[in-house]
Design a protein around this ligand. Structure first.
Ligand code: 5GP
Length: 164
């Protein structure tokens, strides 16, 4: 469809505060926030400040190659998080969206084997997601434009060499 859910940076800021408030109200105090790169890094950073958690970890998962086009299965790229760091910890997985939910399921299943408790927080969750996250800011079934990926990467301009 042509319809897009457009997240802007200002609305993102508001969403993070509201998501964090929901987590705090629920009494969940994570020891570790595990972000799924790259989109989840924004969410994890915001939640880490709002929840006063100084321990952020990161996992790289490759799945989407374009709008609606995916690899068959998401894969966790190396380095995979160190299981020892996670033992007996309360972990909060942070990502931008649970769409098929396959990415979150991959990371969630990895955590289940190693941690005391694991929950997930996302800005968006789609109704067909095979994972139901504990904390969701908004449900949508549209393709979402995120502020960090809606524009193409910058390209180098000629004549822009800066003097030291
Ligand atoms: P899933 O494994 O849940 O299908 O999707 C995981 C990742 O795919 C998300 O973290 C996100 O990076 C990307 N993705 C899924 N749906 C959307 C969408 O509607 N818009 C954008 N921009 N990325 C998406």
């Amino acid at each position: 469809s042509e319809i897009r859910e457009n997240l802007t940076y200002p609305i993102f800021g508001q969403a993070i505060r509201e998501l964090a408030q929901t987590i705090a109200d629920d009494g969940y105090e994570p020891d570790i926030i595990l972000s799924i790169a790259r989109g989840g890094v924004f969410v994890a950073g915001g939640l880490a400040y709002a929840l006063d958690c100084k321990n952020i970890h990161l996992v790289n998962v490759e799945f989407y190659t374009g709008v609606g086009t995916t690899l068959e299965m998401p894969v966790m790229l190396s380095p995979v998080p160190n299981a020892i760091d996670f033992s007996n910890k309360k972990v909060l997985i942070a990502d931008d969206v649970a769409d098929t939910g396959k990415t979150l399921k991959l990371v969630h299943d990895f955590c289940l084997e190693h941690v005391a408790e694991v929950r997930s927080a996302v800005i968006y969750e789609k109704s067909h997601s095979l994972v139901k996250c504990e904390y969701v800011w908004k449900k949508t079934d549209e393709w979402i434009n995120f502020p960090w990926s809606v524009e193409p990467p910058v390209v180098r301009r000629e004549g822009q060499v800066l003097d030291a």
